[in-house]
Design a protein around this ligand. Structure first.
Ligand SMILES: Nc1nc2c(c(=O)[nH]1)N[C@H]1C(S)=C(S)[C@@H](COP(=O)(O)OP(=O)(O)OC[C@H]3O[C@@H](n4cnc5c(=O)[nH]c(N)nc54)[C@H](O)[C@@H]3O)O[C@H]1N2
Ligand SMILES: Nc1nc2c(c(=O)[nH]1)N[C@H]1C(S)=C(S)[C@@H](COP(=O)(O)OP(=O)(O)OC[C@H]3O[C@@H](n4cnc5c(=O)[nH]c(N)nc54)[C@H](O)[C@@H]3O)O[C@H]1N2
Ligand SMILES: [Mo]
Length: 863
């Protein structure tokens, strides 16, 4: 999640569920933790029991989590930036920030270019280009010697954001050269960035220093504005603000918990960045009981982004070569993705070791070009949703679906099912006959009219195979096969391995240069059992890394080299097989540190150097975690230090130092090139250096804070009549819809709608509405209703409940309709597909849809 990555250096949760027990206050916002993470929720409950911790829930609905919290604050869906911005303003205006932490560990003192203009009244920062609808990030840079590299997402300035068409290639490479000249000029063209020469004001008074910019920027977010925009009563907001401040500082810490109530918005990334800024100001990052707990969903969804199913990254968040960036040759790729200073100066070691793991002897870094020139490049947004549209437009011939049911789970479900019917062939590997595999007979379509050839392959499920899950706190846990998969069912690894093996056999004699990588790919996993299953531990060994010479495992990523002597299939997991032992299998009861294995390097709390002051002493006895042991000359404490173990707090880089040598002993955010947390992001995000409240794409109200209504970076498809949007304040669709989960079902219901016990508990789709809305529309509890948007309509029963607050906006009443999204046409219990209501719209940075806030109308009966 770049909201965290750009600010702190890594995109993952900064803390662990167990550490929530050490918190004095836990703010749960954008998550219904008691309902969707009921097992993990025991840790906040224990914090309450053990430390008298205060639990706060901020949610559009009063839920099971709200019921167990000390404070509940309602807010209108899609307005969290205003709420969190309000908290930031409260902290700054009332001087409740952790001053020493902010001065030492963030970029608060850094001075920004004179060219920078804040979003003020317009809602647009300097650098906005109306024509291309993009920002020029150079207009947000530091006053001199600005970073051009963001820890999450790699090189940024000088790229064209990967969006422009080929015609502007020349321009973009021109910019690259200019950027490099600037870096070179300042330093006589010989050495790297000199962080000391960066203009800064340690007193935080300079009017262009980050701290003052931040203060001015958030000064609009007053408690009154929060009440107006979010509909949160001012008293409730102030109570939250005061409770969070009281429980932050030297002696106390507040943790923040979020999940997809925050991500699935047109401002999702900036929203989470707002939370990271708040936690930095309060000094809550890297300390026990603090941090940001990003709750992940599916069993190994963290793992699937780490080792890497996203279309634009390679394992370990290395950017995939991009046709529109300076990635033409192996040298250019390495050069442009290597930061001068900070941890990402190690990029060549990780990229080289990855290519070595994949292509073995064929890959020699000295002649890296041979393999790299054949390696695929991306040339645009090929994320999930544009691909679905391309499928529908018959630009995609075939599709493999593993463990996903997007006929129900993706936005604009109707379009997704039509897309499936437009394919020539479709392979679905799943344990159930899911809607994605049966689109050919849904929606009243005559199967005869559908040409798609569908292969539904029965998959094994978790108990039927070995493997690891990487769960929500970056922790890998191993599981062993309990039983063989029944009949023809096979594991996904079996399917992939044998598909790869057969393809390699087919191409073995090809002389075509473009087939070289298929031929070179190492595909030598040992096989076992009656069905020739690949040995899964062998795959973990490759991911963990080894010396090429003798196959001996490396201990961790510090051992990785860029000369081809080491191989590693995913540098952040490096060391998970250290010593030849499967570290992810560890199960030492009552021990957090020897239970499973957490990336990176088995650290449980990220940035834990920040739990000590600049001199290396704990900020307080109560909140100590990692500190400098002067006698031993190393960092020590209750966690693996997230710092070079023997770098003393007094270490100061020499002028022109490079790599990690440029990072002082007194700055904890080692992934960022200046070692500091970024309150202001001079580079990295496509929709601004600071978060701004925009209304959701579909909203019943105008933006009360800025002229700009919605996120300007949002990617839309205005030319598609099959994907219409409800416009702002659209009288046809006056209510806000938000979608969510129930404990008794799982996501699209693909797995849970076949289970009679669960079905008895939650037998059908419903929508939750307030008594006031029910009365207005003449709707009765348990009566049928129709919910409609410009994409489609669904039928369901009404659940009339005062758990759904009604929001006020400028004298208007804004109603919310809550819809669980677990139903579809297959299974023992069935219901309409809620996602048929949603449009396809893409957030600027990660292309996520907006399932948590869109507009609709509701009418009595089945219309
Ligand atoms: N039993 C069960 N457990 C699950 C799942 C399941 O389907 N069933 N799914 C798993 C998966 S894949 C995931 S990703 C997680 C998701 O876990 P959660 O994110 O906790 O799940 P949701 O219920 O989708 O949404 C959380 C809350 O966000 C609120 N919300 C909606 N809009 C907004 C908003 O604008 N602001 C704020 N502050 N809150 C908002 C909703 O009212 C809801 O209470 O759960 C995982 N756990
Ligand atoms: N409106 C709305 N839409 C949403 C959301 C929302 O909050 N609101 N949440 C979004 C989120 S966070 C998520 S994660 C998605 C979930 O959307 P999907 O991932 O599409 O939904 P699931 O039902 O979890 O699909 C998982 C499938 O994997 C299969 N499966 C289980 N184990 C295995 C295995 O080992 N191998 C294989 N091959 N298959 C297996 C299951 O049978 C199931 O069919 O939905 C998203 N869509
Ligand atoms: Mo999820």
């Amino acid at each position: 999640m770049p909201g965290l990555g750009i600010t702190l250096g890594r995109g993952g949760a900064t803390t662990s569920l167990q550490d929530l027990q050490n918190a004095d206050c836990i703010l749960i916002e954008g998550s219904n933790m008691a309902e969707a993470h009921p097992v993990g929720f025991r840790h906040p409950m224990l914090a309450k029991e053990k430390n008298g911790a205060k639990l706060i829930h901020v949610d559009p609905r009063f839920t099971r989590t709200s019921a167990l919290s000390d404070i509940y604050a309602p807010l209108r869906p899609g307005t969290d930036i205003a709420f969190l911005g309000g908290l930031i303003n409260y902290v700054l205006q009332n001087e409740r920030y952790f001053e020493e932490y902010v001065k030492a560990y963030t970029n608060a003192a850094t001075i920004i270019t004179e060219e920078f203009r804040d979003a003020d009244v317009t809602g647009l920062f300097s650098g906005w280009d109306e024509e291309t609808q993009q920002y020029d990030m150079a207009k947000w840079s530091y006053a001199n010697d600005s970073p051009r590299y963001a820890a999450s997402g790699g090189s940024q300035l000088g790229s064209d954001n990967g969006e422009k068409d080929a015609g502007s290639e020349a321009d973009s490479s021109g910019t690259t050269d200019k950027e490099q000249e600037v870096v070179g000029q300042d330093l006589g063209g010989t050495s790297g960035q000199d962080l000391d020469s960066r203009a800064s004001d340690e007193t935080l008074q300079h009017e262009r220093c980050v701290f003052q910019i931040l203060k001015r920027h958030f000064s609009r977010y007053t408690p009154e504005t929060v009440e107006k925009v979010c509909g949160t009563p001012k008293e409730a907001f102030l109570k939250v603000a005061e409770t969070v401040c009281e429980n932050s500082g030297r002696d106390r810490t507040t943790a923040l918990v979020y999940s997809v109530g925050w991500t699935q918005h047109s401002t999702g990334v900036q929203l989470i960045r707002t939370a990271a800024i708040l936690q930095l100001l309060l000094g809550n990052i890297g300390r026990p009981g603090g941090g940001i707990m990003a709750l992940r969903g599916h069993a190994t969804i963290q793992g699937s982004t780490d080792i890497a199913t996203l279309y634009d990254i390679l394992p370990g968040y290395l950017p995939i070569p991009n046709a529109k960036r300076r990635h033409g040759t192996w040298e250019e790729y390495l050069e442009s993705e290597t930061a001068e200073t900070g941890w990402w100066s190690n990029f060549p070691k990780y990229a080289t070791s990855l290519f070595k793991a994949w292509y073995g002897e064929a890959f020699d870094p000295a002649r890296g070009e041979e393999v790299y020139s054949k390696f695929p490049r991306i040339d645009g947004d090929h994320s999930y949703y544009p691909t679905i549209m391309a499928m529908k437009d018959r630009e995609v011939e075939g599709c493999f679906v593993f463990g996903q049911n997007f006929a129900v789970g993706g936005p604009h479900g109707k379009m997704a099912r039509e897309a499936l019917r437009s394919l020539e062939w479709l392979v679905v590997l799943d344990a159930y006959e899911i809607e994605t595999a049966t689109a050919w007979k849904l929606d009243g379509v005559d199967p005869q009219s559908c040409d798609t050839e569908v292969f539904l392959m029965p998959s094994g499920l978790v108990a039927e195979k070995d493997g690891s899950f990487t769960q929500t706190q970056r922790m890998l846990q191993w599981h062993d096969k309990a039983v063989e998969p029944p009949e023809d069912a096979r594991s996904d690894a079996w399917f992939m391995y044998h598909l790869g093996r057969r393809i390699k056999e087919l191409y073995a004699d090809s002389e075509d240069p473009r087939d070289a990588l298929i031929k070179h790919l190492t595909w030598d996993y040992p096989l076992e059992g009656a069905h020739d299953e690949p040995e899964i531990e062998a795959i973990l060994k490759e991911i963990s890394g080894y010396y090429v010479e003798n196959g001996e495992p490396v201990d961790g990523f510090k051992d990785l080299r860029d000369d081809g002597t080491t191989a590693c299939g995913g540098w952040i997991y490096c060391g998970s097989f250290a010593g030849g032992v499967n570290q992810t299998r560890r199960r030492k009861a009552q021990s957090d540190s020897e239970w499973g294995w957490a990336w990176p390097a088995d650290r449980r709390t990220l940035y834990n150097r920040a739990s000590a002051d600049p001199e290396g002493k704990p900020w307080s006895e109560r909140k100590k975690l990692v500190w400098w042991d002067e006698e031993k000359g190393e960092w020590t404490g209750g966690d693996v230090p997230d710092f070079e173990r023997d770098k003393p707090p007094s270490y100061r880089p020499e002028k022109g130092a490079k790599g990690m040598a440029a990072i002082g002993g007194d700055v904890p955010f080692i992934m960022n090139e200046d070692g500091r947390g970024w309150l202001f992001a001079p580079v990295g995000l496509k929709d601004g250096p600071l978060p701004v409240h925009y209304e959701p794409l579909e909203s019943p109200v105008p933006n009360a804070l800025y002229r700009q209504q919605r996120n300007p970076g949002l990617k839309l498809f205005p030319g598609r009549p099959d994907n219409p949007y409800n416009y702002p304040e659209d009288p046809r669709y006056p209510h806000v819809v938000t979608t969510y989960r129930l404990t008794e079902h799982h996501t699209t219901g693909a797995m849970s709608r076949w289970n009679p016990w669960l079905n008895e508990l939650q037998p059908e789709l419903f929508c939750e509405i307030s008594p006031e809305l029910a009365q207005e529309e003449g709707i009765e509890n348990a009566g049928w209703v129709t919910v409609e948007t410009s994409r489609g309509k669904i039928h369901c029963k009404a659940l009339v409940s005062d758990r759904i607050p009604v929001y006020r906006f400028d004298g208007r009443r804004v109603h919310t309709i809550g819809l669980p999204y677990h139903f579809g046409p297959n299974g023992l219990v069935t219901g309409d597909v809620v996602n048929d209501l949603l449009p396809v719209s893409l957030e600027a940075n990660v292309s996520i849809h907006e399932a948590k806030a869109f507009t609709a109308n509701i009418k009595k009966g089945r219309l």
